[in-house]
Design a protein around this ligand. Structure first.
Ligand SMILES: NC(=O)c1ccc[n+]([C@@H]2O[C@H](COP(=O)([O-])OP(=O)(O)OC[C@H]3O[C@@H](n4cnc5c(N)ncnc54)[C@H](O)[C@@H]3O)[C@@H](O)[C@H]2O)c1
Length: 473
């Protein structure tokens, strides 16, 4: 069996390692030995994996089952901190992070690329790998990185080892993940359209053979791009397209509210037109690891690799709009309270519905802003036990009695909140409570019942509530 080493056992790397280890031939025998390598600081995670346990929470029930199967039944998946494993690799899949950080919100251009860890990791590979090993980069990189960073780093290490890089160039390919948090986590790797590109013909052929073995390519044929630049750019433009789509509706939401219009009605109407049916929705804000940063990788590349005047103004503006959107919910709350002290409960802190991932969640920004005002904020989320970004946040676990709170923010479209009836909300809250629907969780029937019961309601994109209130008087 060939050996695949996955560099980086984070959310994506461990999922990829599990998918590769579960790839079998026609007789049901595993195709690859898989070694996952992470840094020594993650020894506890490595130990859990080697016991067959998923070391973090994930909503996909098949993930722990397939991980256990690989580790304990096939015995073809091992985790380690020992970089010597790279020597055994026929293929290395790079799944480490390449972070780009913003110094402040609303000014995305003021960002810095944390590239040292990534570059160091590639040098580590160059010191160890066989000269014909394929390095398949899955990390979301700043476009151009394969040619301008990965190749020179591998060349340098190969030359130091006396390898002639003209006769034996390092084998490099790029293929990006579209993995989506939620119940279909592994399927979003295995059974989803996949793009790849090779640095040269041999690398492309090696990448194709590997991806054909591990992914469901009969249903989701591979797409090969002509250069690593093309697939690198595709990844970040794909996510930028989504981010800008949301930024557009976020911006128009503010106008709709002033016009006493329900933006969700507007969007439903527009989506009837087939060409516009992928329009997205406004909300508390945009979070997650990818949509908040990937655009900036393109911005960084444009300026640093290609042309210092290329600064993607519309896309960057979109990121700024999305990053500051939680302030809008903050404003909706503050407009209603003139006193200095009121208590808020924030329902939902993850970055999207029915997952527990809190990375760059808009709830974090809203919480921090209210907390900085010295206000009491308590949180609830059925998917989150600890909030790594805000470890001091005070969680409650039942939402049947919320009478001590003056303000209830419905922040994330978790099913549990969508399923709350108006009666349950009325029973749980005291009269005059401000209920803020930051994510289109309440329909008009529920809003009307809440208003009739003496609760106040406002919502992101829900300008029409003002009309409903007038009609009630
Ligand atoms: N999480 C997602 O939903 C998602 C989706 C699509 C693409 N991506 C991309 O996939 C990449 C990985 O994302 P992630 O969410 O798994 O990140 P992560 O931070 O969870 O995992 C990265 C892992 O790499 C390890 N690492 C760092 N340097 C290393 C080294 N030198 N050797 C070995 N291990 C090393 C880290 O310790 C960490 O465990 C990123 O580029 C991300 O943008 C992520």
């Amino acid at each position: 069996m060939k050996t695949v080493v996955i560099q980086g056992l984070g959310f994506v790397g461990l999922a990829m390692a599990t998918v590769v280890a579960n790839a079998v031939d026609a007789k049901g025998n595993p195709l690859y030995n898989v070694i996952g390598v992470d840094l020594p600081m993650n020894q506890a995670r490595i130990d859990q994996i080697n016991l067959g346990n998923l070391p973090f929470k994930n909503e996909d029930e098949t993930f722990p089952v397939q991980l256990k199967k690989a580790v304990l039944e096939y015995k073809n998946l091992l985790a380690s901190t020992d970089e010597n494993w790279y020597k055994k690799a026929d293929i290395v899949v790079v799944d480490i992070q390449l972070d780009i950080k913003k110094r402040s919100l609303g000014n995305a251009k003021d960002c810095y690329l944390e590239k040292d860890a990534f570059i160091k990791a590639i040098h580590t590979l160059g010191k160890h790998i066989k000269q014909d090993c394929l390095v398949l980069v899955e990390t979301t990189v700043a476009p151009g990185f394969s040619r301008k960073v990965v190749k020179p780093a591998l060349d340098k290490e190969f030359m130091e080892r006396g390898i002639d890089v003209v006769a034996n160039p390092p084998r490099i390919a790029h293929s990006y993940e579209r993995v989506m948090p939620g119940k279909e986590y592994l399927a979003s790797i295995r059974s989803y359209p996949r793009t790849f590109s090779g640095f040269d013909k041999i690398s492309a052929e090696m990448a194709r053979e590997f991806l054909e073995n591990v992914l469901e390519v009969d249903k989701f044929p591979l797409r090969e791009e002509k250069s690593t630049e093309t697939s690198e750019l595709a990844k970040v433009m794909e996510n930028s397209y989504r981010a800008v789509n949301i930024a557009l509706v976020n911006e128009w939401t503010l106008l709709a509210e002033k016009m006493e219009v329900n933006i969700f009605d507007v969007i439903e109407g527009i989506k009837k037109r087939k060409t516009h049916n992928n329009m997205l929705y406004p909300g508390l804000g945009v979070g997650g690891y990818c949509l908040t940063k990937d655009t900036l990788l393109a911005y960084w590349s444009g300026i640093n690799f290609y042309d210092e005047n290329l600064d993607l103004p519309m896309t960057i503006k979109g990121i700024n709009i999305n990053d500051t959107m939680p302030w809008h919910t903050y404003d909706l709350i503050k407009e209603k309270f003139h006193e200095d002290k009121f208590k808020t409960i924030l329902l939902g802190v993850s970055y999207r519905e029915d997952v527990g991932d809190t990375r760059y969640a808009p709830a974090e920004k809203l919480y921090t802003k209210l907390d900085n005002d010295g206000l009491d904020v308590v949180v609830h989320d059925p998917y989150v036990d600890e909030w790594p970004e805000l470890p001091d946040a005070n969680f409650i676990h039942q939402i049947t009695d919320l009478k001590e709170y003056d303000c209830v923010v419905l922040g994330v479209k978790h099913n549990i909140y969508l399923n709350l009836t108006a009666d349950q909300l009325i029973q749980a809250t005291k009269p005059q409570t401000l209920i803020v629907d930051a994510n289109n969780i309440l329909d008009d029937e529920k809003i009307l019942a809440l208003l009739k019961s003496g609760r106040d309601v406002v919502g992101v994109g829900k300008g029409h509530i003002a009309r409903m209130k007038r009609e009630l008087v």
